[in-house]
Write a protein of this length. Structure first.
Length: 320
């Protein structure tokens, strides 16, 4: 599998910031964020993950064959960005919030995590073929996916507008982006929202949005710092991590990944009828209640996306 440095490392290299640069003795820094801050994010291979103990009553919900095997085979996307799933400073150890949450669930179920990174499309191939018992990889609940898979939610699916630090501009709706130059990734929910808002602005006699597309995440941030774009509209976790680690930008507006139609939700995903969704939801409820879930979200800067309980197959994003 082709390895990659974190998004922050790439941005740092391009902006001459030393977030992951060598220290005086040539060692690599093991965290990003404000130096010495209690909110600095550990990106070393030694993660000191939050762990919990097995809960027998919840573990009993796991199908017998999986209990006998003793492992929970979890798929994660190799294409994910920090802080969801990325490589530590050794460029080979996979870390991130999704792995931490999967570990909490596996601990509660009394199972060891067998975490495998594959391409995004192969996550679902793995579920279909029963190669994976579940996927923890920023998967949004959709009505179309619910036809083949079961879901137990564990995080809100939010999008964010990210702009240069110090701006007083805030985005609360369509009129706030009229005439602005904003970048998005092609084929995403955020692109659809921005295109719809631009049409609404034109219909109301306001200027349309000048939408820009780039090939790489680092290109968005270079364009933002140089003033070629006013904002980047992307997944909230990635933006929140970039804000915390690089210190050059700020979030000026946050919205549901489902737009105005439904609050998007991220969920543990399993093959429909696998018998695991109840166990996942119960385990997630347990770690939400005991506070370990909140600790994981806090250490990755994702507290704003916390849920109060896990929902099984809630309303998802509508079909196209």
């Amino acid at each position: 599998m082709k390895t990659r440095r974190t998004l922050v490392a790439a941005v740092a290299a391009l902006t001459a910031s030393a977030l992951l640069g060598g220290c005086g003795d040539g060692d690599v820094q093991e965290s990003v964020g404000s130096k010495g801050s209690k909110n600095a994010i550990n990106i070393s291979p030694d993660q000191h993950r939050v762990r919990v103990k097995k809960v027998d009553s919840i573990a009993a919900k796991v199908p017998a064959a999986i209990r006998k095997r003793g492992t929970l085979r979890i798929g994660g996307s190799a294409d994910a960005s920090a802080p969801l799933g990325f490589y530590a400073t050794d460029d080979k150890t996979r870390i991130g919030s999704e792995l931490d949450i999967a570990t909490l669930v596996a601990d509660t179920l009394g199972l060891k995590v067998d975490f495998q990174s594959v391409s995004w499309e192969n996550l679902f191939v793995g579920l279909d073929s029963s190669k994976f018992d579940g996927v923890f990889s920023n998967v949004t609940v959709t009505e179309e996916r619910k036809e083949k898979y079961d879901f137990a939610t564990y995080r809100l699916d939010d999008l964010a507008f990210e702009a240069k630090k110090g701006t007083s501009w805030r985005v609360k709706g369509p009129k706030d982006v009229a005439g602005k130059t904003i970048s998005v990734a092609s084929g995403t929910n955020q692109e659809k929202i921005l295109v719809d808002w631009s049409k609404q602005n034109q219909k109301a006699g306001r200027k349309p949005v000048d939408i820009k597309y780039f090939q790489k995440d680092t290109d968005y941030y270079l364009a933002l710092q140089s003033g070629r774009i006013d904002a980047y509209f992307g997944p909230n976790p990635t933006s929140a991590y970039h804000v915390a680690s690089a210190g050059q930008t700020q979030i000026i507006g946050r919205f549901s990944g489902g737009g105005d139609q439904v609050q998007g939700k991220i969920a543990a995903t399993t093959k429909k009828g696998s018998g695991l969704v109840d166990a996942y939801a119960a385990a997630l409820d347990h770690v939400i209640q005991d506070g370990s879930y909140a600790k994981v979200l806090k250490r990755w800067g994702l507290s704003s996306e916390a849920v109060k309980k896990s929902e099984i197959n809630p309303p998802g994003l509508p079909k196209p």
